[in-house]
Design a protein around this ligand. Structure first.
Ligand code: FDA
Length: 532
């Protein structure tokens, strides 16, 4: 009721304002001014939620994936703008700039550090621009292309593509509830990456709201900005509303298997061998590993039939002992259900369920591995994994198409020379600092132990597995993010591409309106950048 009253007040205020009868400053604080501006720009009041609105909390929590960022002490947005059309996003940016309210875009809400809906700075005045309703997926199977709204989930994209064709697919991540907006902004890899690269490698156009609130497409934004939004991380350059995707060919029948080997079944030997084998397999085959408890689970997708897959496994990795009964021949869309839910017989409609897994506390970190890690290190890892507070490791092999794309083709630089990515993933359900500290210590401890064996100078990580331990932004005196400080974390995610990203930022958002704890800073004018 309070929320409705508030909205009525705001609407009444607009009428009064437009008749010139009330001096603005005497009635409104900046939040009110922001809301009035939005309503004045045509955003229906029902799409605006403030902490006083009855559905504010439900909307705020609707796509939150990490309970670490919904504690009572976490600074909350002063408003949520639930955009229903592009003009609402444009209004949020324009009104935010005018009234000193920053805008955090949220698509699927899966950010590992909660940056799409929470701020670490209690002084930051920000609103969440929730894009969940902008989730149309339109597939043109004749051209093998699709437009997907940022608010769509990966599951919704996969479902729509498969509904249009049995031989088209889109190469992106494994979890179906991940949002298109954040995922494509940071790269996006999944089971098709060895054949087709990242999700971002397969974006051919986009519609973006820039820092002036203008709606731009690839032609009007130019190739530098178009380069930056395909892997440079969300939030830094504007709000991407939709993406044009190049769809890829898959056979009508693909093959999957999952085989689990315990430490007593030579899991350490198998992981040690896997490190050199998996990145060199034919590109139609991905063999990833989930290492948990006291076993290694080998999970494969092959773009072909079981008999050929078994030929490859015998030729390249006979020790794993994969046999015909391990194989399941299914369609590509069933394989997306298989990897998400560990069963191919579950209904495809599960891909459309936006609620996903039970809410949990999460901390993740990542590494890239360039030389096989010695066997004794894997032996030692089991003692970490048997602790009660242990999480798990996910090893995603690169090579194939990933290794043949230039490291500067998109901002994602981890291409040739990387054998695989490690994700250290810890999750828990218990509330409280004791549980938090135990889990954080575990994940940081194991990450620390791995340091001698992973990429160096810098030790790199994946922007979509966001990790604030790598460093957070600081402001210069002119209220712009410090480039020098941001380099500390930025070069870990982007290596040599970081400077170019900062140059693009300086060009498109020199005032640093779009920012968060790990957004790209504008490159200081003195540094310049030659090819822009
Ligand atoms: P969210 O909405 O939280 O946004 C993430 C960041 O992007 C925020 O900074 C946000 O402000 C910004 N942003 C969001 N929408 C934007 C837009 N439209 N325009 C500009 N900026 C925008 N990754 C992977 O590569 N492969 C995988 O298999 C998985 N699997 C996976 C499983 C689970 C359970 C989680 C929690 C995460 C993953 N990820 C992943 C990581 C995932 O790709 C990453 O967290 C994405 O950024 C999530 O995108 P969302 O839109 O859901 O996040």
């Amino acid at each position: 009721m309070r929320g409705i009253l508030y909205q009525l007040v705001v609407v009444a205020a607009i009428c009064a304002l437009s008749s010139g009868s009330i001096p603005v400053a005497s009635v409104f604080n900046a939040t009110d001014a922001f809301l009035v501006c939005l309503v004045g720009a045509g955003v229906p009041p029902r799409l605006l939620q403030t902490p006083a609105s009855p559905s504010y909390s439900a909307l705020l929590l609707s796509s939150v994936r990490n309970l670490r960022y919904v504690t009572p002490g976490t600074p909350r947005p002063l408003a949520i703008v639930a955009a229903a059309e592009p003009a609402h996003a444009q209004a949020a940016v324009r009104c935010g700039r005018r009234h000193g309210v920053r805008v955090r875009a949220r698509s699927g809400g899966h950010d590992y550090e909660g940056l799409s809906y929470a701020s670490l700075d209690p002084r930051e005045r920000f609103a969440v621009l929730d894009l969940a309703a902008l989730r149309d997926v339109r597939v043109d199977s004749a051209r093998a292309e699709a437009w997907a709204g940022s608010g769509a989930t990966l599951g919704e994209v996969y479902y729509a593509v498969a509904a249009a064709s049995r031989v088209l697919a889109f190469p992106a991540g494994i979890c179906p509830t991940v949002g298109v907006g954040g995922h494509l902004s940071g790269g996006g890899f999944g089971t098709l990456m060895r054949r087709y690269g990242l999700a971002a490698d397969n974006v051919i156009d986009a519609v973006l709201v820039d820092a002036d609130g203008r709606l731009l497409n690839r032609t009007t934004m130019g190739e530098d900005l178009f380069w930056a939004i395909r892997g440079g991380g969300g939030e830094s350059f504007g709000v991407v509303l939709s993406w044009k995707l190049r769809l890829v060919r898959v056979p009508e029948t693909v093959t999957v298997f999952t085989v689990r080997r315990s430490i007593r079944q030579s899991a350490s030997d198998l992981i040690t061998k896997w490190q050199a084998i998996a990145p060199a397999l034919p590109r139609d085959l991905i063999l990833r590993v989930v290492v948990q408890n006291q076993h290694a689970q080998f999970e494969a997708l092959f773009l072909g039939r079981c008999s050929r897959l078994l030929d490859h496994m015998r030729a390249h990795f006979p020790d794993l002992g994969v046999t015909q009964p391990d194989c399941e021949e299914i369609s590509w869309i069933q394989s997306t259900v298989y990897f998400a839910f560990y069963s191919s017989s579950k209904p495809l409609e599960l891909l459309l369920d936006r609620s996903g897994e039970t809410r949990r506390y999460v901390k993740a970190k990542s590494d890239f591995v360039q030389e096989p890690i010695p066997r004794h290190v894997w032996e030692n890892t089991w003692s970490w994994l048997e602790k009660p507070e242990a999480g798990l490791l996910i090893l995603d092999p690169y090579g194939g198409r990933m290794g043949s794309i230039s490291p500067s083709a998109t901002p994602f630089p981890h291409r040739k020379g990387n054998l695989y990515n490690i994700q250290y993933y810890s999750y828990w359900f218990e509330n409280g600092t004791a549980a938090l500290e135990k889990r954080m210590t575990w994940v940081r401890g194991l990450y620390g132990q791995m340091e001698p064996y992973v990429s160096k100078n810098p030790r790199t990580g994946y922007i979509n597995y966001k990790d604030l331990d790598l460093g957070t932004n600081e402001l210069e005196d002119n209220n712009v993010t410090s480039y020098a400080k941001a380099r500390i974390w930025g070069e870990k995610y982007f290596k040599g591409n970081f400077e170019r990203l900062a140059a693009v930022k300086a060009m498109v958002d020199p005032d640093d309106f779009f920012r968060n704890e790990q957004s790209i800073p504008p490159l200081p004018a003195a540094k310049g950048w030659s090819s822009i």
